[in-house]
Design a protein around this ligand. Structure first.
Ligand code: ATP
Ligand code: MG
Length: 271
């Protein structure tokens, strides 16, 4: 039995406005859990809050992972604990190449695995020096880039600078493929991808999914879920999870839209 990410009654404010109003949701390592819901319902807010983005103020609830409330950890520690977020809108970092960024990220992860974070700093730094060698890293990165159908020239470009929307998304998945998280949150990884790119990215994600990696897949469309097959689907509506079901839920939504949910929950969930 794998680990379970358990979100309990999570409340989050952005700019003093309550966006998440008590979210309850679990994602198991080894399962694909899709999260759907109308624009502005709080899906990205949930993803950012799980990863500890400073702009999102948690006012209540907890997120339990490996027996601890990760809301008490820094974003970096959450990442080292095996959580990963592929952003809806990836940011660019001028002056930092894709390869450098990824190698630094891998070394940080390895360091954390070799030395517990409460070990003396000198011991952590010594372990960090044993990080992945450049040739070893190149080989690994090229293999993963090939898997994602990426041009090797990307490795030498500055992170996301001038990348097309689809290239940014692929780069996020490349990062995920190298970090091998236990739970990945994919926030609209399909948006902006052409159909061929979506298939390649979905295949890449599928190769990583398995007993060791679960995913919370945020998407608006059934189309992605044809390729990345969820076991469960939850609907976020006005800052709360109002429905959880099997894969058929996405098909029902495709037919009926959010009208039924609005009718059922629209008046009940106004704060
Ligand atoms: N940084 C921010 N500043 C101001 N308002 C914000 C911020 N982040 C989120 N919000 C507000 O919180 C609400 C939820 O936004 P969020 O991005 O979480 O929605 P979403 O479900 O991801 O929508 P979409 O499907 O369009 O991606 C929106 O009303 C949004 O305007
Ligand atoms: Mg969003």
């Amino acid at each position: 039995m794998g680990e379970v990410l358990e979100i309990r009654d999570l409340r989050v404010k952005v700019d003093d406005k309550e966006i998440l109003k008590g979210v309850n949701l679990t994602v198991e390592q080894g399962e694909v859990h899709a999260l759907m819901g109308p624009n502005g319902s709080g899906k990205s807010t949930l993803a950012y809050s799980i990863m500890g983005h400073p702009g999102y103020a948690v006012t209540g609830g907890e997120v339990i992972w490996k027996g601890q409330n990760i809301l008490e950890l820094s974003s970096d520690e959450r990442s080292r604990a095996g959580l990963f977020l592929a952003f809806q809108y990836p940011v660019s970092i001028p002056g930092v190449t894709v390869a450098n960024f990824l190698r630094t990220a891998i070394n940080a992860r390895r360091k954390a695995q070799e030395e517990p974070s409460d070990a003396p700093l000198a011991a952590q730094q010594a372990a960090g020096k044993k990080g992945i060698s450049i040739p070893e890293f190149r080989k690994l990165m090229m293999a993963k880039m090939k898997m994602l159908g990426m041009d090797p020239a990307f490795a030498g470009r500055y992170l996301n600078e001038g990348f097309s929307g689809g290239e940014k998304k692929r780069n996020e998945i490349l990062q995920m493929a190298l970090l091998e998280p236990q739970i990945a949150i994919l926030d609209e990884t399909d948006s902006g991808l052409d159909i061929d790119a979506m298939k390649i990215v979905a295949e890449g994600v599928n190769r990583l999914l398995g007993p060791n990696m679960g995913a919370l897949v945020i998407t608006h469309y059934q189309r992605l879920l044809d390729y990345i097959k969820p076991q469960r689907i939850s609907i976020l509506f006005d800052g709360r999870v109002v429905m959880t079901g099997g894969p058929e839920l996405a098909l029902e939504l495709e037919r009926s839209g959010y009208e039924l949910i609005r009718e059922q929950y629209g008046d009940k969930v106004t704060a």
